[in-house]
Ligand binder design. Sequence first.
Ligand SMILES: NC(=O)NCCC[C@H](N)C(=O)O
Length: 406
Amino acid sequence: MTAPAVGGATSEVGALRTVLLHRPGAELRRLTPRNNDQLLFDGVPWVRRAQEEHDAFAAALTARGVEVLHLDRLLAEVLAVPAARAELVAAAVDDPRLGATLKRTAAAHLADLSPEDLARALVAGLAHDELPGARGLSFELMRRGDFVVPPLPNLLFTRDSSVWVGDQVAVASLTMPARHRESTITAAVYAHHPRFTGAEQLYDASLEHLEGGDVLLLAPGVVAVGVGERTTPGGAERLARRVFARGLARTVLVVPIAQQRATMHLDTIATMVDVDAMVMYPAVADSLVAWTVTADVPPDDDDTTDLVVRGPAPFLEAAAAAMGIERLRVIDTGLDPVTAEREQWDDGNNTLALAPRLAVAYERNTVTNAALEAAGIEVVPIAGSELGSGRGGPRCMSCPVRRDPM
Ligand SMILES: NC(=O)NCCC[C@H](N)C(=O)O
């Protein structure tokens, strides 16, 4: 296992040092036209090509000095720890579709696997015909194409299942049933892998819904949280209470976003590309508002104190005020409304900053990328024709574990 080192990030653009990725594997081969909607993919990707695209993404990061951690490897390593193994096997069969006998036989099968095989099964799932010796009423009545343990094709989007705020890690409370089990994996890795020994946990999956794609570290001490299809106002409030209580932020901007797939997370409509600049979907730039949340006294654990809530105010004004800058510069996705809508859908806004004015973006969003370059942002283009079928870009596919302070 790797040497202990704990992480942290206070901005979106501090030099990226360590990032958590997940190379997609057998779990993508489970996608069919019958299950892709439920599993939150917009199509059936060509898996080999998706892996090549992901390898090129990881290589682009490594070439720029970023340490890449692979979630599947951390998972296999942590499964050597008996407590982690027990937690993850229990989580895999904790499913109301399964009867007691099937739960027991499936758990026994999983518990017998080597750490590597168990890691694969937890991510790729277990199909009905992959469970020799399984029995029980629910097993007999299950359709042959069903999964006893469903696959996790969205594990690829490591941004959503955990997010670092300051030196603490928030394990997400994921909203969509197809993604619930992802946070059991990130929770086990952060709790039991020696790499993360000493990391304090800021949030956990039992709390109100909160997904990492909705959390943007606008500046040290200033966190924006999108609320919409995924993160709830309750999740935003809980995060605000926790970051204030632990001294990790002084302002949380709560930003309502349309509850629809195209804008499922705040990072689908805006991401930071410089200390004072965002790439943003122009259709929302003027209508986006923010509620500014602060605390007069640090909240306690019993939730007995009220937070101070002001707003709503135009997002760009509220953000600039909270960040202590005159103006937050905006670079538009596309130039005309149709191009903007196409490039927003294809994750043109979803950039991963490697440092101020240096960002990874999907190459296909040529108009947005040209606008970024014209604004002085160097773009590291990556291919995403297959990866994009899961509706996530470079930011969604990466969880920064360590960034330099600004
Ligand atoms: N932060 C993001 O926008 N992540 C993309 C998640 C895509 C995934 N297919 C989902 O629907 O949750």
